[in-house]
Design a protein around this ligand. Sequence first.
Ligand SMILES: Cc1ncc(COP(=O)(O)O)c(C=O)c1O
Length: 365
Amino acid sequence: MGYAPQAVIDHAALRHNLQQVRHSAPASRIWSVIKADAYGHGIERVAGALLNTDGFAVARIDEALNLRQGGFDHPIMIMGGCYTQEVLMLAARNDFEVTVHDNQQLSLFDALSPGTHLAVWLKVDTGMHRLGFPLDHIDQIIDRLRAHPYVKQLNLMTHLANADDRGDSATQTQLAHFDSLPLHAFSQCSIANSAGVLGFRESHRDWVRPGIMLYGVSPFVGSSADDEGLQPVMTLRSRVIAVRQCQQGDRIGYGGAYECPEAMPVVVVAAGYGDGYPRHAVEGTPVLVEGRRLPLIGRVSMDMITLDARDYPSVKVGDEVVLWGRGLPVEEVAKKAGTIGYELLCGVTSRVNFIDQNVDEDKEI
Ligand SMILES: Cc1ncc(COP(=O)(O)O)c(C=O)c1O
């Protein structure tokens, strides 16, 4: 269609990144984390490319149901657990595995209908202080769940708070807390997110739970996807829609935030915050035009951004633009916008057209 942003999703890169998880944690099974519409990539297309995973992990029941209804019969874990009786019953009927992170969730088990059986992941708080039972009363909780007639399998999990910094001792403290628990009481254990998979071998256990690395983004501060052997999955691309010859002193865009220091070509690209390009991207944020890095100038508008084209004076309408992805890591753009790659990927809006690439090797389910 017209010149508008497209998100190209590379299925070969998804498959490659899953292989990287296997390579890094060869003795563990893999919960591929595909919550939040697979970090903005589209839950069904991503699940279809990751059929070799051992299971899918999502945050909420709706995401889990979406997968089952899409025909995926893998194990599915609801990492946020269930908050009402009705939802817990629905989880049991669909054979979902559920986390239990507090007494309110635990109490729902007492009123289940006879014959219900669920695999449960008891979530402990080893230091993140978000979800999870505190360590001090955990023995009673374990006893209660082990004796429960409706719990068919009891597993243990925790979540790492600081593993994105390889040098932070908080991760070792969390692992030590986890290992102080009676692990023999559990069928299976899980700790590692992407940063755990790549940076902390001791965190691997029976199952790992990678998310961001599957999408080809480094989980670490200060290392790139390339350094970690990952390939970007989403390339957000668009086109040049205007080239202006501006004069010295001309002010560009809303608020006149950028003033041309000399006569110069200014490029207008069809992409803005209405598509998910971050409005807070600062002047100088790189954008690729036909493979050349040009700096963002002026404010990001809803449908457009403007670039300084002095380094590419022959730029023309229709030239291809990459906002992030192949050749321009989303981490780099995110940093310039004061955020993280996760947020940019999740924030691509519904008016962007998604295009699948390299789907041939995905197997039919
Ligand atoms: C409980 C849990 N496990 C695993 C993950 C995956 O984390 P990451 O995307 O950093 O690999 C998340 C994501 O936030 C999570 O909430």
